[in-house]
Design a protein around this ligand. Structure first.
Ligand code: FCB
Length: 497
């Protein structure tokens, strides 16, 4: 069985694990194996760095003077207003309305109602002291059917949002695609169709034309890997497919779409900067066997190098291509010139870090650290240090931004109107300490965005998990700063943790 198929099975098993069932048990890994010491970082042979990020509130860590303190959201997760102002249907509308696809049948129809309440949310961002706000643009608001003329009312919303950010001294950072593909394009094959990459470039050109240099930083595609793994391997995200051969063709087309969008921005002569947003997972062997080291190397290929190498060096990793095989749809789908497009020079790389991956000798995944409410997330701040330093070591001094980092906590609005999410403060402080150490060791990290500004629709998990700095009381849409928001405001004011 190829690792690809094994991964498919394992991820599904891991996802069905409950709090009472350790992932290690689901995967048939002994607890002892998951507590191995001396784990190697990312590439077998490297030794794990020990940045000593166990943070003490007594140590003050100052960030560079112009550090971009930020928070992130995405369109489908917060906007609601699913039918407002000519918006078309996205694959997340149809997927979430399909019985059994999301927890409690939740949809993004209303979400945090940000489309109507954006002005209030802008004021909250100002109160928080944000210097950077990362949001995404909803493709079906701009092109309801995924092609053709722009829907001006959709563009107007983002014009108002961007103007409102500038008025409050907050730098906009816009993602072009955060998973809400127009349903009409899915109906013609979705990302399995090469043509969709070209439709994406057309859409990007419309958005660049409308917002131009008002947006200083553009991100192309959010987490192509999650579309591949969750949308096409496990199937628990839209479009809900379980087809490994299709999955990696989709990976190639997403990378192609990224490169085409970079070209579309350059064609406008814009001075804005652009790059991809990759969720990177540091991979470590779960024990010191040769088999675990080898399996880890291939995992790293699928998790990280598939995206990093193609975008930054213009080649796909040989080990992954060999594992996929010459007859795979992906390998057959790579055309002359594609990798030149995919590796069009970028200005910055957006890194999203949530969890490490520990790989067993048999190619399974093991758990070594406690998880958050999201069972896939092991809490390991040093992974932030490892992944940032690794990118700089292996790919050079490209400017980096962390565009997502955070966790869900069991937040409750008290009778006094407070939300005491101290676990989020500890998590963020420890991850910021790791980022700080990476900067000290030469990583050109320019900004950091907490996921998320607001509680929101967490995809297949619906509204059950709360990831925000700001609590959203969904029945009333009232917003409340959680304890972590107060803490983050002070961090920004001090420019230090
Ligand atoms: C990331 C997604 C983001 C959110 C967080 C928790 O993978 O980009 O939309 O779901 O995870």
């Amino acid at each position: 069985m190829s690792i690809l198929t094994r991964r498919h099975l394992l991820r599904r098993a891991a996802l069905s694990a409950t709090a009472a069932t350790p992932v290690s048990a689901v995967l048939g890994v002994s607890a002892a194996a998951t507590t191995a010491t001396g784990l190697a970082a990312c590439q077998p042979g490297d030794s794990a760095a020990d940045p000593a990020t166990a943070t003490s509130p007594d140590i003050r860590r100052s960030f560079p003077p112009d550090f971009g303190w930020g928070a992130a959201t995405s369109a489908y997760q917060i906007e609601g207003a699913a039918k407002e102002d000519g918006r078309g249907e996205s694959i997340w509308d149809s997927f979430s309305r399909t019985p059994g696809r999301t927890r409690n049948g939740d949809t993004g129809d209303v979400a945090a109602d940000h489309y109507q309440r954006y002005a209030e949310d802008l004021d909250l961002m100002r109160d928080l002291g944000l210097r950077s706000y990362r949001f995404s643009i909803s493709w079906p608001r701009i092109q309801p059917d995924g092609t053709g003329a722009a829907n001006q009312r959709g563009l107007d919303f983002y014009r108002r949002l961007v103007d409102g950010l500038h008025e409050r001294g907050i730098a906009p950072m816009a993602t072009l695609f955060h998973w809400d593909l127009p349903q009409s394009l899915q109906d013609t094959g979705g990302w399995e169709s090469r043509d969709v990459a070209y439709r994406f470039a057309d859409y990007a050109a419309i958005v660049f034309d409308a917002l131009g240099e008002r947006v200083p930083v553009w991100l192309t595609i959010n987490e192509p890997k999650t579309v591949v793994q969750n949308g096409y391997l496990s199937g628990h995200h839209a479009p809900g497919r379980q087809d490994p051969d299709a999955a990696y063709l989709v990976a190639h087309h997403l990378q192609l779409a990224h490169g085409l969008a970079v070209g579309a921005l350059r064609a406008t002569g814009s001075n804005s900067r652009i790059g991809p947003a990759f969720n990177l997972h540091p991979c470590y062997p779960a024990d010191d066997s040769t088999e675990a080291a080898e399996a880890t190397r291939l995992y790293d290929g699928y998790e990280n190098r598939l995206y990093l190498d193609s975008a930054l060096t213009g080649s796909y990793p040989e080990d992954v291509l060999a594992d996929l095989g010459p007859n795979s749809r992906m390998v057959r789908g790579i055309r002359d010139g594609d990798l030149e497009i995919i590796s069009s020079p970028i200005d910055l790389l957006a890194v999203q870090y949530y969890t490490p991956i520990y790989v067993t000798a048999s190619g399974g995944m093991a758990r070594r650290w406690p998880t958050s409410e999201a069972q896939w997330q092991q809490i390991y701040p040093d992974g932030m240090y490892d992944i940032l330093t690794r990118v700089t070591r292996d790919y050079g001094q490209i400017p980096l931004t962390v565009t997502e980092n955070g966790l869900p906590t069991p937040d409750v609005l008290s009778a006094e109107g407070t939300v005491e999410d101290h676990g989020r403060i500890t998590f963020l402080r420890d991850h910021l300490a790791a980022a700080h150490q990476a900067i000290a060791d030469g990583v050109p990290l320019e900004s950091f965005h907490v996921w998320s500004l607001l509680d929101n629709f967490e995809w297949a998990e619906g509204y059950e998990q709360r990831w925000g700095l700001i609590y959203v009381d969904y029945p009333t849409q009232r917003r409340v700063f959680k304890r972590s928001a107060h803490w983050y405001r002070q961090v920004i004011a001090d420019n230090a943790i």
